[in-house]
Design a protein around this ligand. Sequence first.
Ligand SMILES: [Zn+2]
Ligand SMILES: [Zn+2]
Length: 432
Amino acid sequence: MEMDSREYNGSCSCGREHHIAVDTLCIVSGAADKLKDELINGKYTVYKYPVILCDDNTWHAVSEVLNGLQKRCDRLMLPSDGLHADNHGVALAKENWKEEYDLIVAAGAGTIHDISRYIAHEKGIPFLSFPTAASVDGFVSTVAAMTWDGMKTTLPAVAPIAVYADTRVFSKAPYRLTASGISDLLGKYTALADWKIAALLTGEHFCSRIDKMEQKALAEVLDCIDDLRSGKEPAYEKLMSALLLSGLAMQMMGNSRPASGAEHHISHLWEMEVINAPLDSLHGEKVSIGLLLVLEKYQWIAEEIRKRGLEAVPYQGMQESVIKYFSDKGILEGVQKENTPEPLHSFTVEKLQVSLPLIADILEELPACEEMEKILKKAGCAYRMSDIGLVDEKVSGDTFKDTTLFMSPYVRNRLTMMRVSWMLKSVKETRS
Ligand SMILES: [Zn+2]
Ligand SMILES: [Zn+2]
């Protein structure tokens, strides 16, 4: 299928102009042939020195379908072992970089795309996306999600000018990658709830058209889970188009707000290895577990609000234990900078108190944690902490789960319900 990105461009009922940078979104069996044709005879002939950026795994997946480009494109193959979207990964790519390169073809999944979009931005050149797995929704993102000097952060980058997703390639990716893409999309449930709550409390810009795009992506992925597990190609195209739709939603917003909330902050915290050892897990797998933890917590908050068991109180600032974790990791300064200005200072305690019933309304629209666990299990996604190598044991007094929930909002300067919960105290506690 061809997705028409132009329909999302231009003025919107939310009062903003939305801009989409990517013009071609081609998701078909044979997309590689279209890409090759454009490179050799078509619109990309204006670029003299294209380079294919890949790693040894992703090259293995694309070498056959991209055969015939040897004379046209250089190939920059990074070692897949230990490759991440971080300073090191970028340095590896730059080691053999030739200054004459004027176009990057990113042939890989999330990591290769983030490295490509970062370098493309730095060098001021465009890049083309050739995804090898339906594993993340960030292929068309305008920002690169990188770990920079130990901090998980989003760095300025560019969106691809076009996406060529060849079903023959991405439907054959290891299922673990596909499952990760499903989880990344299901994470939109809590991301969208966080966005609505932030809009309610602070008047942050909210676009219902973008919200609907994410809802559509969610509906599509729920619809194709069985067919994905049985390997049906049309289901893979549906998943890829849902992932790209979510990416377009981010492009329209200009940031990841519609696609990343408390569940992603948990994933980022674990990637930063502040309270845990390095995990051998994919982005979507961490989002999967993050999503379940957030749903459980949000469900509890909604119930407590209904029972009038929670009261809004002023934010007390970063706790000693949190300061210790971040300073032991050597990133306290970076974290403090990230959290300035403090998002919780953008509304009053009174505003939160009167908004509690409306917040409960938003939270009650979320699927129940148990229901989500069933969906994830059925889809073959990670759904237990142990699936990603974590155990919920006590770490200096608190459980690992509680420490995760409490610390994760600090990774990003973004208002989520998880962060708002720092301003909620149990009525019993406040009165005693
Ligand atoms: Zn809008
Ligand atoms: Zn994600």
